[in-house]
Design a protein around this ligand. Structure first.
Ligand SMILES: CC(C)(COP(=O)(O)OP(=O)(O)OC[C@H]1O[C@@H](n2cnc3c(N)ncnc32)[C@H](O)[C@@H]1OP(=O)(O)O)[C@@H](O)C(=O)NCCC(=O)NCCS
Length: 173
C-alpha cells in the first residue's frame, strides 16, 4: 500500500529538521560500511542547521521534503540546471540527495518522491535527470533501475580518507 505523503519545498524554518533527518539517514545507510572517523569528518562538513539553511537558500538547488501526517520522513535535492557529462547535449537536473527514513522503506514513499522529482525536473525544462550512487549500495541501485535509471558512467566520492566508487545513472524525462 502506498502511504499518503505530501511533498513541499523546504523553507528557512525547516533547516534544523532537515539537518537532523539528513544526518540520521546518512548514518543509518553508511555507518556500517565506514570508519567512525570518516563518518564524523563527512557529517561535520555536510550536516548542521547552518549548512542546510544555506542549501535551502541556494538559488540553484531545490530541497524537497516528504511529510506524512506532518512528520518529516524523506527528502531529496535537485540541482536545477546541471548537465550530465555522460549524456552530453541534453539539459539536465541532478538528484543530489535522495533519502527516505528507514521506518518508511518498502512502502512506496521512495517511488512517490522520485515521481515528484521527475515531474518537477520536467517542469524546469530538463530532458535528463541523473544522479551518482555508491556502487556497493545495491538497494539504491536496484531502486533507481526500477525507476528507469540506467548506468551511464562512473565517478568517485571522497568520504574522509577513503575514495569510493560511484555509478552515474541517468533517465530521460
Ligand atoms: C534507496 C531507497 C530510496 C529505496 O526506497 P525503499 O522504500 O527502501 O525501496 P524498496 O525497498 O521499496 O525497493 C524499491 C525497489 O528496489 C528493488 N530493490 C531493493 N533492493 C534491491 C537489490 N538489492 N537489488 C535489486 N533491486 C533491489 C526492490 O525489489 C523494489 O522493487 P519492487 O517495487 O519491484 O519490489 C531507500 O532505501 C533509502 O532511502 N535508502 C537510504 C538512502 C540511500 O541509500 N539513498 C540513495 C543515496 S544515492
Amino acid at each position: 500500500m502506498t502511504t499518503a505523503i505530501v511533498f513541499r519545498r523546504a523553507t528557512d524554518r525547516d533547516a534544523s529538521s532537515l539537518a537532523t533527518l539528513a544526518e540520521k539517514t546518512f548514518r543509518d545507510t553508511y555507518a556500517q560500511f565506514n570508519t567512525p572517523e570518516n563518518m564524523e569528518h563527512h557529517c561535520s562538513k555536510s550536516f548542521g542547521e547552518h549548512i542546510q539553511l544555506a542549501e535551502i537558500r541556494d538559488a540553484g538547488r531545490e530541497s524537497w521534503l516528504g511529510e506524512i501526517d506532518g512528520q518529516l520522513v524523506a527528502f531529496a535535492q535537485l540541482i536545477v540546471d546541471k548537465p550530465c557529462s555522460a549524456v552530453p547535449g541534453k539539459r539536465g537536473s541532478e538528484v543530489l540527495r535522495f533519502y527516505v527514513d528507514a521506518s518508511q522503506h518498502g512502502k512506496g514513499v521512495a517511488y512517490r518522491m522520485m515521481d515528484h522529482l521527475a515531474g518537477r525536473a520536467t517542469e524546469l525544462g530538463a530532458a535528463v535527470m541523473w544522479l551518482c550512487v555508491w556502487d556497493q549500495n545495491a538497494h539504491a541501485v536496484g531502486f533507481y533501475e526500477r525507476c528507469r535509471f540506467e548506468k551511464v558512467g562512473t565517478t568517485t566520492f571522497q568520504l574522509g580518507t577513503e575514495t569510493q566508487h560511484d555509478f552515474v545513472m541517468s533517465r530521460a524525462l
